[in-house]
Design a protein around this ligand. Sequence first.
Ligand code: ATP
Length: 350
Amino acid sequence: MPKIALLPGDGIGPEVTYAAVDVLKAADQAFGLGLEFEAFPFGGNAIDAHGEPFPEVTQRGCLEADAILLGAIGGPKWDNVPRHLRAETGLLALRKAHGLFANLRPAKVLPGLEHLSPLKPEIARGVDVLVIRELTGGIYFGEPRGMSEAEGWNTERYSKPEVERIARVAFEAARKRRNQVCSVDKANVLEVGEFWRKTVDEVHRYYPDVALEHQYVDAMAMHLITRPSRFDVVVTGNIFGDILSDLASVLPGSLGLLPSASLGEKTPLFEPVHGSAPDIAGKGIANPTAAILSAAMLLTHALNRSDIAKRVENAVTAALSANPTPDLGGKASTQDFTRQVIEALDRVAA
Ligand code: ATP
């Protein structure tokens, strides 16, 4: 019985999370997954109820679960609490507690929604790229670091096990997609890049069925704008991944469409890329697509059911083309939209 810990969070978080839960329950009914759900306080609501953003009851619930589905956290109400009590501090603690070293951000231009992309439709068509960012190493954490009156310095540093494990995540993810990995570095200038490239090549020997190419990060930034549809899985370090995942995330054209997954040593975490959107919270108009697609990623990466995930994605695409939420120019409420996805789930072929 797979256990899913729900952290609905704040603002539109609960609205979109329960929309995703409804879709997962429908999938469960159709495919007999035996899912169990339990909700826990997290973020601003946990500060209100427990005096801290990641209380013990939630820590325990997450460790005992097979997957965590998070909505969104924070909002103006909690902006002025001390830093160690901030909602975002809870998220950092959650990532740390579960050793979540791989951040997966897919950016897909859904068929029929090319007009939302800032790129020309003929370039946007068919974009389906998964950016995998190493999240716990690299220059953001490397020592030595510091600043004096005269200079500032940081260190880009990767150990062999750190590169090996993120490379494995990339090759495994590619096997569930189109079997292509593009590894991004700056090996022409940086030794750490040369080391990254060599290590990815070594791990690749265990994945002969997956095609591997290497790109320099500067060239990759251009390719993601001029030829984005030619990429499948893109894997890179922390700082390049920070930049390239944001670059890729504008391709679909709306924040409400973007899911994410963080994988690591313990329970994997799935959450929309968007925030708690306090401006529209409680109005019933939040677009639940990112949360529903995060649930689809949960099916793929936590339950190894990419077949069902594909059906969910197809159902979302059908609902988006029929009647989307107001942020995409449609009239559907969050609930209407979710209902359309569930109806389409029975109809669309995988
Ligand atoms: P944070 O700092 O938490 O990321 P933010 O204000 O920078 O918050 P969001 O909360 O994601 O970012 O909101 C940015 C804008 O996008 C807001 O106007 C919000 O209403 C809109 N938005 C975000 N997510 C959705 C969604 N799921 N459906 C509809 N609109 C959304």
